[in-house]
Every structure is written in structure tokens, then in C-alpha cells.
Design a protein around this ligand. Structure first.
Ligand SMILES: Nc1nc2c(ncn2[C@@H]2O[C@H](COP(=O)(O)OP(=O)(O)OP(=O)(O)O)[C@@H](O)[C@H]2O)c(=O)[nH]1
Length: 385
């Protein structure tokens, strides 16, 4: 079966098959017209009435194909295009119709074996094509033989030239078909190689994107990615919606590094990232903002929920015991604010930073909030006094 057609969606495939069927009907119409012309010009061995009568079973055979295509029953077949069947039926009618002509017209219309076989050349397997070519040849020999047997054709010579021409045509078509098939095979291999290449590149791109947006140590998204994401969320924030924004800073982190070493500090950062993610909902975004500072975006929350969530993080970290380390007294400070429609991200981050500063100033291990711009202004005033 032809793989290029079977890869299509059923609807697209049916459209293609119906178009192809319409093309075949055009070819039938052309042959019938030429036949009429041959009969009218005195090359027929039957009258026009017989030809018209003979066209009825021909049309009925095409109706069967049409109904199969229209009803979609062809899709249940191994070859939904019914190409081999259509080619064999067309070859049969071509031979029958040639039987209605005298020698001269027959030689001319012999050429119509070519478009019929070409119809299958690009779609059929080499074996199926060889079957069709053999059917055409045997059919034509049978026609000539029955003519000779029933002495309908009073040719002085057996139709060597016609048979030789037909053999040459079929042989050439066979060779051409093999060539086309080999080319298609090569193109298919190249396409597969290209697709494989494309997939590798896509994978690498994804990896690069991940690397560019992820913090290597904690696996959280990094500052750049967070800011892009938060900016996007803020731009699309509906008028009534409210997001929570929090800056989280681990307390006295320098001491941990100094006392237990940088590797221990790293492990504490990783521990925080893991436990914080376990405390958050699916849509919440936690990112490493830099050093021992993290940033949190909480979609669709009220002020109480922001506070509760941040308290939960604070308590969870206070109870944490990073694997293999007995540090004791881990704590963090959090500055919270909210994001509303029309807010500016930089201003919101400044508010959260002011609140964080207050949390540090008031003794650490606590959550403080600057919900409104006025809170942040008050924070700045008290910081400078
Ligand atoms: N282990 C480790 N340490 C880091 C990393 N990034 C930054 N640090 C350290 O984090 C420490 C931050 O120290 P400070 O800014 O003084 O803050 P702090 O000691 O936590 O004090 P407060 O924030 O005021 O409580 C510095 O010693 C940095 O070297 C990291 O990736 N791994």
C-alpha cells in the first residue's frame, strides 16, 4: 500500500482519493469520445448504439468505486485507494473497447494503456504493477487471439507490430516505475533522516531553553525566567484578580557557609527549594532570585492566603534538617506584597524588598508585608531615619 497516502488524515485522504477518481473518470470520458470519433469515422466494428449500451456496465463498475469512496468503506480496505482494482478494471475496459475498433484505430488507441498504467505506477508496489502490466498484455493477446479464432479480423498478418509496441510500452513503464520507486525510497530515507535531525535539534533547543531558564543548583527557575513569567502574568492579570509576591531570604546564611563550608550551604539551598515546592500549589512559581534569596508568585490569592502560605514556608524551613547536617536553628525572613491589575512589577518587587528589610530589621525569622505602595513609602522613611 502507498505509505504517503496512508499517512494522511482520513478526511484529507478521502479528498485526495476522490480527486484521483475524478481524474480517472475524465480519462474514461476521453477514451469514450475518441472511440465515438473512431466509429463515426468508419473505424468501428460495432455501431454507436452498441457502444452506448456497452458504456452502461462500464459506468456501473465506476459507480461501485464511487459508492465505496463516498461511503468511506474504502477506508476499511488494506489499500483505501483501491488503486490496483481500479487499474485492473480500467485495463479490462480498455481491452474491451479496443475490441470495438478495427486494426488501424486499435493501434492508435493502444496508447491509452499508458495513462491507465501511469495511474498506478506511482502508487502500486512493483509486484502489483507487474501484475497489472501482465494483465494488460494477456488481455490484449487474448483480444487478438479471439479475433483470429472467430475470424472477426481478417488481417493478413498477425498483429506483431501492435504486440511489440505494447510489450515495449509495458517494459518501459516497468523500468520507469522501478526508477521512480527507487527515487521515492531514497527521498523517504532522506525525509526520515531529516525528521530525526529535526527532533534532535528540537530536543537540544528544549534542553538549552531549560538550561537558560533553570537554576542549576536548586532546579528552580532562575531570576530571568521568573521576571519574564511574572511580567507576562501581570500583563494578563484580570481586573478583579490578585496575586501574591514574596521575597524570601535565608537568615545568616553566610554563617552556615563559614561554619560548615560552601557545600553544606549548597545543600541548605537545595533543601529549602525541595521543601518549599512541597508546601506550594501546582500553579505557584518559586524561583531562585540570587544567592540565598528566593522569590515566590502565588496566583489568585487573598492577603490571608499569602500570609498563611509564607508562614507555612517559614515553619517548614525552621523544622528542616538538611541530610547529613545538624545545623540547628535554620530560619528565613519573608517580605510579602500583592500584585493587582495595572501594577508595576519593579514597584511590587521594591515593596516586597522593603517588607523583607523590615523582617530582617525586626529580628529575622518572620514574615512582613507591604501590601500597598504607601506601606513601602513608610518603610523607606523608617529605614532612612
Ligand atoms: N553555599 C552557597 N553560598 C552562596 C551561594 N550564593 C551566595 N552564597 C552566599 O550567601 C551568603 C549571603 O550572605 P549575606 O548576604 O551576608 O546574608 P546572610 O548571611 O544570609 O545574612 P542576612 O541575609 O542578613 O540574614 C554569602 O556568603 C554568599 O557567598 C551559593 O550558591 N551557595
Amino acid at each position: 500500500m502507498n505509505t504517503s497516502t496512508t499517512q494522511l488524515e482520513p478526511q484529507a485522504l478521502q479528498r485526495l482519493l476522490l480527486n484521483r477518481f475524478a481524474m480517472a473518470q475524465g480519462t474514461y470520458a476521453m477514451v469514450l469520445l475518441l472511440l465515438t470519433l473512431a466509429i463515426v469515422t468508419g473505424h468501428g466494428r460495432v455501431s454507436l448504439d452498441v457502444l452506448l449500451l456497452g458504456a452502461i456496465p462500464l459506468m456501473l463498475s465506476q459507480l461501485v468505486f464511487f459508492l465505496l469512496l463516498r461511503s468511506g468503506r474504502n477506508l476499511r480496505l488494506r489499500d483505501p485507494g483501491m488503486i490496483e482494482a481500479q487499474v485492473l478494471v480500467a485495463l479490462f475496459w480498455q481491452t474491451v473497447l479496443l475490441g470495438c475498433l478495427d486494426d488501424a484505430a486499435r493501434s492508435t488507441l493502444l496508447a491509452f494503456y499508458v495513462p491507465i498504467l501511469l495511474f498506478g505506477l506511482f502508487q502500486l508496489s512493483p509486484r502489483a504493477f507487474a501484475r497489472c502490466a501482465a494483465f494488460a498484455f494477456v488481455g490484449f493477446v487474448g483480444l487478438e487471439w479471439s479475433d483470429a479464432s472467430f475470424q472477426l479480423q481478417f488481417a493478413a498478418e498477425p498483429p506483431f507490430l501492435q504486440l511489440a509496441t505494447l510489450s515495449a510500452l509495458l517494459f518501459w513503464l516497468g523500468l520507469f516505475g522501478r526508477h521512480v520507486n527507487a527515487m521515492r525510497q531514497r527521498m523517504r530515507q532522506r525525509r526520515h533522516a531529516l525528521v530525526a535531525h529535526q527532533n534532535t535539534l528540537r530536543g537540544m533547543m528544549r534542553q538549552l531553553e531549560d538550561q537558560a531558564s533553570t537554576d542549576e543548583l536548586t532546579g528552580l527557575c532562575n531570576r530571568r525566567h521568573f521576571l519574564r513569567l511574572a511580567e507576562h502574568e501581570l500583563t494578563n492579570l484580570p481586573a478583579q484578580a490578585q496575586y501574591g509576591l514574596a521575597l524570601i531570604d535565608l537568615d545568616h546564611f553566610k554563617r552556615i557557609n563559614d561554619r560548615y563550608g560552601h557545600a553544606a550551604g549548597d545543600r541548605v539551598l537545595q533543601t529549602f527549594a525541595t521543601l518549599a515546592q512541597a508546601c506550594l500549589r501546582e500553579g505557584d512559581v518559586l524561583a531562585r532570585y540570587g544567592g540565598e534569596e528566593f522569590v515566590l508568585l502565588l496566583p489568585n490569592v487573598n492577603l490571608d492566603q499569602i500570609s498563611i502560605c509564607c508562614e507555612r514556608l517559614r515553619e517548614a524551613f525552621a523544622a528542616a534538617e538538611p541530610l547529613g547536617l545538624s545545623l540547628g536553628g535554620l530560619s528565613l525572613s519573608i517580605g510579602m506584597t500583592r500584585l493587582q491589575h495595572g501594577d508595576d512589577l519593579d514597584h511590587a518587587l521594591q515593596r516586597a524588598d522593603q517588607a523583607l528589610y523590615r523582617a530582617k530589621h525586626n529580628g529575622r525569622n518572620r514574615c512582613e508585608a507591604s501590601w500597598e505602595p504607601s506601606d513601602a513609602r513608610a518603610d523607606r522613611r523608617s529605614a532612612s531615619s
